[in-house]
Structures are given as structure tokens and as C-alpha cells.
Design a protein around this ligand. Structure first.
Ligand code: URA
Length: 191
């Protein structure tokens, strides 16, 4: 069904989940992708950073946040004491929307069960939403990022904060510092 092994829901590890869903064609993005971008990092991480969807670089390399936004993210993470390889990084959508347009509701509905399964397997202590899509998806709200930022939410017992997307901070330099401060706060929530 949909070209995906329906037993993915019982996956016990990230590797098993990835193997079972990487040929997904539940939505049209599955037929346009170069690579399915599952996620990267430490499967035992206490923190998971979630972005929106793969961009062109991510689609080509099969890894999240490897383009310009990813370089900024790495730099900011390092600035507050997180190493990219000790945390876990993924996106709401695993396949690139054409021209990097916003994810559509139907695509989020199709793909977000995979994100939720990743979170169930990793069981982090903290989720950091980069931009509005991850927090809106998990909390099932349409509230703006401005109204969501600065609060600590709980999603199934896991703390969650929302901050600016690094790509947005590249376009609007004034958001870089608050993004860095939010990442520092994430560090403080954990340690
Ligand atoms: N933007 C995202 O939201 N995710 C990526 O992986 C890259 C850019």
C-alpha cells in the first residue's frame, strides 16, 4: 500500500523506520524527490531540532540542513555548545517541495506520522521547532510563530520550544540574535 511497508508503525529503531519508509510515495512529493531526507544525528539525543522540509541541497545529499541554512544552524549550535553529531536533526516533510514552497496541509498530514514515530523512538527531553511548521504540526494549531515563540510547551510529556528558522534569519539578520538566544535557552532547559 502506497509503496511503503505498512509495518513501519512497529519500528523499534530509527534505522528500521528509515528502511521501511524511504520509498514512500504517499504524497506527490515522493515522485519528485532525488532523496528521501529522513534525519541525521544521535538516535539517543536528548534534543531534536525539527525544520520544515528539505531544500535543494538536502534533496541532493539526502541529509537535513546541509545548505546555507544548515551552515548557519551548525554555527549557532556550536556557539551555544551543541555539536551537530550529538543532537538529532530532521524535518516535518521528508521530501523537497518544488521550488522550496511551503508544505501543504495534505503533505504534512501524509508525512507527519513519520516525524511522530521518530520522536517516539528517540524520546528526547526537548524538541526545538525551527520555524512555525513543526510546532504548528505537533500542537495542531495555526497560531503564529510570534505568539508561540518564548513559551515552553509540552508535547506528549516532552518539552518543546519554537524559534525562528535559520533560513529566515539569513533573510532577516535581526532574527539571528534571538535565534541564538533561543538555542541558548534550549541548552539551559536541558542542562
Ligand atoms: N530548511 C529546512 O527546513 N530543512 C532543511 O533540512 C534545510 C533547510
Amino acid at each position: 500500500q502506497f509503496g511503503v511497508d505498512p509495518t513501519w508503525v512497529d519500528s523499534k529503531t530509527l534505522d528500521e523506520l528509515e528502511r521501511k519508509i524511504k520509498n514512500c510515495v504517499k504524497c506527490p512529493l515522493g515522485k519528485m524527490r532525488t532523496n528521501f531526507v529522513f534525519g541525521v544525528g544521535n538516535p539517543n539525543s536528548e534534543v531534536v531540532f525539527i525544520g520544515e522540509a528539505p531544500g535543494a541541497d538536502e534533496d541532493l545529499q539526502g541529509e537535513p540542513f546541509v545548505g546555507r541554512a544548515g551552515q548557519l544552524l551548525n554555527q549557532l549550535l556550536a556557539g551555544v555548545g551543541f555539536r551537530r553529531d550529538e543532537v538529532y536533526i530532521c524535518n516535518v516533510l521528508k521530501c523537497r517541495p518544488p521550488g522550496n514552497r511551503d508544505p501543504q496541509t495534505s503533505e504534512i498530514e501524509a508525512c507527519s506520522p513519520y516525524l511522530i514515530k521518530q520522536l517516539e523512538i528517540i524520546k528526547p527531553k526537548l524538541i526545538v521547532s525551527l520555524g512555525r511548521f513543526p510546532v504548528q504540526t505537533l500542537l495542531r494549531t495555526n497560531a503564529s510563530l510570534t505568539s508561540l515563540r518564548g513559551q515552553i510547551f509540552e508535547w506528549r510529556g516532552i518539552k518543546m520550544i519554537a524559534t525562528y528558522h535559520p533560513a529566515a534569519a539569513l533573510r532577516n539578520q535581526q532574527w539571528k540574535r534571538p535565534l541564538l538566544e533561543d538555542l541558548r535557552k534550549a541548552r539551559e532547559i536541558l542542562y
